[in-house]
Design a protein around this ligand. Structure first.
Ligand code: GTP
Length: 235
């Protein structure tokens, strides 16, 4: 196996499947199965999930809502997705713990780094909800922050695109995919991998980012086994 401990970043939108909003149970269960395969190989898996399928703070702000208020709603949305993912994983027989950056103790454990580490060592999947617990930060930043804190070997960003291209592959059919690229090149070429806060945090802490297509069956397993799937951003 290529990795011992990874942090998987999933977007909230991915959970929508073909829907316009909310959670598609079929997609959720497909993800749970993909994650199960990897956990059963003995890889320690932590997960950060976005909340955009339910609420986005930025969208709220553009409609006149106070940004901080909107971001708080977004943080709660990530907790809802975390609970959904926890249920789906448990239905597959995988032990999980949900830890949140904002305390909602009756529903989930508060985030405690040392406890998260113990859970991972015991083979439990740890889902981090509530983003960083602060407004004005994205769940990408939360993912990088938690990955660094738990000493993950890499952050695996599961998206619907199979890597990083020199232009948007959904708009330009001649777009060329990079198999690997450095942090510096991403900035020089003006490519968008994550928001700058998340990206520079990753660069400064030498945490590789791998962007891959999570919707293609078996991809996640192939990636952690060392196959060249997606695009790796490294120093
Ligand atoms: P070990 O001590 O390593 O076995 O971990 P553990 O998570 O099983 O220990 P613990 O006895 O603390 O937790 C038992 C269950 O309670 C687990 O499902 C936890 O997720 C849950 N739990 C622990 N602390 C909290 C909390 O503050 N809030 C909520 N809602 N659940 C909690």
């Amino acid at each position: 196996m290529q990795y011992k401990r990874i942090l998987l970043k999933l977007s909230g939108e991915a959970l929508m499947g073909d829907r316009q909003y909310g959670i598609d149970p079929k997609r959720l269960s497909e993800y749970a199965k993909e994650i199960k395969e990897v956990v059963e190989k003995g890889i320690e898996v932590a997960i950060v999930i976005g909340g955009g399928n339910i609420f986005r703070g930025v969208a709220g702000a553009s409609n006149g809502m106070d940004r901080v208020q909107g971001d708080h709603m977004g943080m709660l949305a990530t907790c809802i997705n975390g609970l959904a993912l926890q249920s789906a994983l448990e239905a597959e027989g995988i032990q999980t713990r949900l830890q949140t950056a904002i305390e909602i103790k009756e529903i989930a454990e508060p985030y405690i780094k040392r406890r998260a580490n113990r859970h991972l060592e015991k083979g439990r999947v740890v889902i981090f909800g509530g983003g960083t617990g602060n407004p004005y930060f994205t769940t990408d930043t939360a993912a990088v922050l938690r990955a660094i804190e738990i000493n993950a070997d890499a952050i695996l960003k599961g998206t619907r695109v199979d890597g990083i291209y020199n232009s948007d592959p959904e708009k330009n059919k001649d777009a060329i995919k990079f198999q690997s690229i450095t942090f510096k090149e991403v900035i020089e070429k003006g490519l968008k991998v994550m928001d700058m806060t998340a990206f520079t945090l990753s660069e400064e802490n030498k945490l590789p980012i791998i962007v891959f297509d999570m919707n293609k069956k078996g991809n996640f397993m192939k990636l952690v086994s060392g196959e060249k799937i997606g695009t790796i951003v490294d120093n």
